[in-house]
Design a protein around this ligand. Structure first.
Ligand code: A3P
Length: 286
């Protein structure tokens, strides 16, 4: 059942996405579209739930009745298991909230031409690696990760779906200079969610009362999202929650329970080389 992968401009994507690449590249964005962009496992589902709540003024029922979020799949998503992301997106009236894991250079040009707002979330490399490993274990639409050691090497080589983490976070960081991109960090959201929600509200030009913000914080807490079938993805046939739940641990620093001392040294050395010269930094990055 594990799918074939292929490459577009050196980036590993599903074979189906590659076969449909022309359609994806020519996707027509609308100026009112909001794009949520992330490297996989950075907190995509978390931010999309927050955005949905902000736009609906904290009305949970409205979020369920009139979803404006393309929950699954992503615009670049094509597979035999689920409907095409493009078809789903095209069927939605604007303003749409779309999702992508594409590195910045592969984002359909229409998003830049229409000057769409974009929210990007980055998560530190080591926790991203750990979370991605468990995700590839349980997601039938992604390649089998192999052993932990094998996956560790694949991640460093960028031989994982959507390509290397380092180029992804750096590429989007640079794009922020020229585009309307709100660049957020998973670790900041864990540290002070109210402050990060305020940033999103400002970016979306929304003003909400204090009690509404408190409601959003409760609704998007780790525990609430773990229990919510819309956000824990128990409805997705492609995910085997008996192997690993989708909303798994939700913490900063889980890499410490996975990395060996040697792996950590190897990772840090590689990290310093790849992140040299960028102004982008992560808390607890090494
Ligand atoms: P872990 O595997 O480390 O637990 P994405 O939505 O981009 O696939 O990211 C999934 C990761 O975000 C998972 O990380 C998941 O547990 C975490 N996550 C989801 N909702 C969260 C929340 N409300 N608070 C903290 N982490 C959350």
């Amino acid at each position: 059942l594990r799918p074939d992968m292929a490459k577009i401009k050196g980036i590993m994507l599903s074979k189906f996405s590659c076969e449909n690449w022309e359609k994806i590249w020519s996707f027509q964005a609308h100026p009112d579209d909001l794009l949520i962009a992330t490297y996989p496992k950075a907190g995509t589902t978390w931010i999309q739930e927050i955005v949905d709540m902000i736009i609906h003024g904290g009305d949970i029922e409205m979020c369920q009745r009139a979803p404006i979020i393309l929950r699954q799949p992503f615009i670049e998503h094509h597979s035999t298991l689920m409907p095409s992301g493009l078809k789903l997106a095209e069927a939605m009236p604007p303003p749409r909230i779309l999702k992508t894991h594409l590195p910045v250079q592969l984002v359909p040009p229409s998003f830049w031409e229409k000057d769409c707002k974009i929210i990007y979330i980055a998560r530190n490399a080591k926790d991203s690696l750990v979370s991605y490993y468990h995700f590839q274990r349980m997601n039938k639409m992604l390649p089998d990760p192999g052993t932990w050691q094998e996956y560790f090497e694949k991640f460093l080589a960028g031989e994982v779906p959507w390509g290397p983490w380092h180029d992804h976070v750096k590429g989007w960081w640079k794009a922020k200079e020229r585009q309307r991109i709100l660049y957020l960090f998973y670790e900041d959201m864990k540290a002070d969610l109210a402050r990060e929600i305020q940033k999103v509200m400002k970016f979306l030009e929304k003003d909400l009362r204090e009690e509404v913000i408190e409601k959003i914080i409760r609704h998007t807490s780790f525990q609430a999202m773990k229990e919510n079938p819309m956000t824990n993805y128990t409805f997705l046939p492609s995910i085997d929650h008996s192997i690993s739940p989708f909303i798994r641990k939700g913490i900063v620093g889980d890499w410490k329970t996975h990395f060996t001392v040697l792996q950590n040294e190897r990772f840090d050395e590689d990290y310093r080389k790849k992140m040299m010269g960028t102004s982008l930094t992560f808390c607890n990055e090494l």
